[in-house]
Design a protein around this ligand. Structure first.
Ligand SMILES: [Zn+2]
Length: 283
């Protein structure tokens, strides 16, 4: 098995919204804001290559929405999903499985694309892939609450359902033996975090549980989370385990840091070492 980091580009979100109750005087040190109070975030996906499967975990923001939509998010950087797949030696048609941690637009927007230049028809970006979500989250995303409604965009979601290529995972099933799935409910209903066994280590894909290194302290929870007190419990449980068992933590949204290990300190769980996957495993 080989893991490939797949950067799909950066965007900006309001720093205050990203850090919830934490004051700017504190979060601005780890995540400096621009003149509009926006901070830069990565959309870093992960590709799992096995003998017969090519599993893409999340796929970034995509390119379907209009200029007004993208004007809110200040896309920047040189990376794109297609370019990163190509750099790893693959094309979209090679992907056998698309695993969606959750259906917020910055995680699943690359799932679906326009089929023609007139932008009148949508199709799956990965035509040979099975798309994986879970029943509870699908129901939640397709009947959204008013708070999350703007994050669940119909054109990212409905074509997957209509394609017949959608499958649901439950607590007992997984895609490959090396991947365990952890369900968390604080950020949104039934977000799925892959915990991957790789070269003798465990790697946790953090998605929006801990979006960046600056979010490691337990109370540093995003304002977007629907159940922040659940997030506190889920972070405590998983970060304690990560420190005890020396897991590698993979950040989807940190625009500078790709991975870290953590350790217990008298302040709580904090970073130990910072590195990229390829540097760590010498690929
Ligand atoms: Zn999210």
């Amino acid at each position: 098995m080989t893991l490939h980091s797949i950067p799909t580009g950066n965007f900006k979100l309001d720093g205050g919204a990203m850090f919830g109750v934490v004051p700017k005087s504190i979060w601005n040190r780890s995540n400096p804001a621009d003149e509009n109070n926006m901070c830069s975030w990565a959309m870093r996906c992960l590709l799992i290559e096995t003998n017969n499967r090519l599993i893409l975990i999340d796929n970034g923001i995509g390119d379907k929405q209009d200029a007004k939509f993208f004007s809110y998010y200040y896309l920047h950087g040189d990376h794109s999903l297609e370019k990163s797949l190509k750099n790893s030696g693959f094309s979209p048609d090679d992907i056998t499985d698309v695993f969606l941690t959750h259906l917020h637009f910055d995680h699943c927007g690359g799932s679906v694309k326009y089929a023609n230049t007139e932008k009148s028809k949508l199709e799956l970006s990965f035509k040979n892939a099975t798309y994986w979500s879970n029943a509870k989250h699908w129901e939640w995303a397709t009947h959204p609450n008013p708070r999350e409604k703007a994050s669940f965009i119909k054109e990212n979601i409905m074509p997957i359902q209509e394609s017949g290529q959608l499958k649901f995972i439950d607590q007992k099933t997984t895609l490959i033996p090396e991947m365990e799935i952890i369900f968390v409910d604080g950020h949104t209903e039934s977000m799925m975090l892959p915990l991957i066994q790789y070269k003798g280590k465990k790697i946790l894909f953090l998605a929006d549980l801990v979006p960046s290194l600056g979010h490691l302290p337990i109370p540093y929870v995003m304002g977007y989370d629907v159940r922040p007190l659940e997030t506190l419990k889920e972070k405590t449980l998983l970060l304690d385990k990560a420190a005890k068992e020396d897991w590698l933590l993979f950040f989807e949204h940190d625009s500078v840091n790709e991975c870290c290990t953590v350790e217990q300190t008298d302040k709580g769980v904090r970073k130990k070492d910072l590195f990229t996957l390829s540097a760590y495993f010498g690929a």
